[in-house]
Design a protein around this ligand. Structure first.
Ligand code: SAH
Ligand code: SF4
Ligand code: F3S
Length: 445
């Protein structure tokens, strides 16, 4: 396609907010624009096109986008010759409102128009504002040609599906990402093979609920079956995935953990709440007893499997007793790590209509109690690894000082140790000597 005629190639700077799926989308956007003649800019100042890929999952995430827009406005006042595009989940949610509220935005692109972005940019260069938030239901949002990772990358994300049909009552994702759609397994296999050929050792398969992968694929294929196909790719060392919805975690998937040598022994299984009453109001589709049973099955299959989760405190109507049930369940399960959030209303969700809102101070108090509890559990869990050996895939230099490299165990724990930079990109065995809340350190053996 044609691009604005400038002496040098136009440069694009993409700032990404939100989850791994947005990181993956940003990389796809970058690769697509590179194929249209763009170069990557290293700062706002040198960019011809600035794109924000945004997140709307919590109010704070959305507010971050608005403060970034404030910063960019100042830059526009000083240097008006760049195009500003806002995409992703806030763009999908707000559509035309964004240009009304921030008239210096040139393009608003929703979550389903990655492939149309070059045309929207062209339009903006011609002086037309471009807003595209259409969401065709049953199509792949990604261009079908493959993309290359960064040259120094060891690990890569790959979206295997998009959208979500679960409608948890607090969650904006089904509204901003549309209906659940599973990508074609052949496209996925091709993409992973290309990534491995380019030097990638570890892939993380992404979806809002990977356990329901395959429902829109014909002939239908389960997530467990997809994993088995990926496990035989030569040169691929590690497979991870996120996120798993507890209600759809199948016995076949649990078997994969026990049987597939490349599948890492780590599962992120968001619990959200330990109270059955709140789980029901959240529309999560499982009880605390059913959740505990899944954990039991996972640990039966792989006794040292690492388990992490998301907890949402202060859902409307959550009482002290409900919260105590969450605390008790966290204690009894003993997670390796937790992501903890306090509830905020999201536009269009059922829970935003619930009137029994928990006061802010109470939500924050509960959040800090849960964080304190998890700090102790994470440290205890990590201390149990002292003296043990772990296989670590090294991914880069460590922040812990010169001569140190860092990587992750199959259980997704960060390990720092002394080692030559040549080890980066390779897997080695480390004897764990020290444990902290969020990392381990040890010696190469
Ligand atoms: N698909 C994933 C979750 C994606 S959103 C899953 O089902 O697990 C990531 C996390 O953000 C959720 O697990 C939840 O804990 C949190 N979250 C979602 N909506 C929220 C809201 N309205 N307020 C606060 N946290 C929220
Ligand atoms: Fe949101 Fe629930 Fe879908 Fe996860 S499964 S993205 S929490 S609606
Ligand atoms: Fe945020 Fe959208 Fe991901 S709302 S968490 S960027 S799917």
């Amino acid at each position: 396609m044609g691009i604005r005629s400038t002496a040098s190639r136009p440069k694009v700077y993409i700032k990404t907010f939100g989850c791994q799926m947005n990181e993956y989308d940003s990389l796809r956007i970058l690769r697509l624009l590179e194929s249209c003649g763009y170069e990557r800019a290293l700062s706002y100042e040198e960019a011809t096109v600035i794109l924000l890929n945004t997140c709307s999952v919590r109010r704070k995430a959305e507010d971050k986008v608005y403060s970034e827009l404030g910063r960019i406005k100042k830059l526009k006042n000083r240097q008006s010759n760049f195009i500003l595009g806002v995409g992703g989940c806030v763009a999908q949610q707000e559509g035309h409102n964004l240009v009304k509220r921030f008239p210096y935005i040139d393009i608003v692109f929703g979550t389903h128009c990655l492939s149309r972005l070059p045309v929207l940019i062209e339009k903006a260069f011609c002086g037309d504002k471009a807003v595209d938030v259409s969401m065709p239901a049953h199509s792949d949002i990604y261009p079908s040609d493959s993309y290359m990772p960064h040259s120094s990358q060891i690990s890569a994300f790959i979206s295997i599906m998009h959208g979500c049909d679960n409608y948890c009552s607090y969650c904006v994702v089904p509204f901003v990402r549309g209906r659940e759609y599973s990508r074609d397994p052949d496209d996925i296999l091709r993409e992973v093979t290309n990534l491995v050929d380019a030097g990638i050792k570890e892939i993380t398969l992404l979806g809002q609920n990977v356990n329901s992968y395959g429902r829109t694929v014909s002939p239908s294929l389960t997530f467990a079956a997809l994993l088995r196909q990926l496990n035989v790719i030569t040169g691929l060392e590690r497979i991870r995935f996120t996120t798993s919805h507890p209600k759809d975690l199948s016995d076949q998937l649990i078997d994969c953990f026990a049987e597939l040598d490349k599948l890492c022994g780590h599962i992120h299984l968001p619990l959200q709440s330990g109270s059955d009453r709140i789980l029901d109001l959240m529309n999560r589709g499982y009880t605390s007893k059913e959740y505990r049973h899944k954990i039991h099955l996972l640990r039966q299959a792989v006794p040292d499997i690492s388990i992490t989760s998301d907890i949402l405190v202060g859902f409307p109507g959550e009482t002290n007793d409900d919260f105590r049930e969450t605390l008790a369940l966290i204690e009894s399960i003993g997670y390796d790590d937790l992501f903890m959030f306090h509830y905020t209303d999201r536009p269009g969700t059922k829970a935003s209509q619930y009137t029994a809102k928990v006061p802010y101070a109470v939500k924050i108090k509960r959040l800090s109690m849960i964080k304190e509890k998890q700090r102790n559990i994470s440290l205890q869990k990590n201390m149990q690894l002292i003296g043990k050996t772990c296989s670590v895939l090294f991914e880069g230099h460590s922040k812990r000082g010169r001569g140190c490299i860092a990587g992750r165990t199959a259980g997704n724990k960060v390990v720092n140790c002394k080692g030559q930079p040549e080890r980066i990109g390779t897997t080695a065995v480390v004897k764990i000597e020290k444990a902290r809340i969020h990392s381990l350190s040890g010696k190469l053996i």
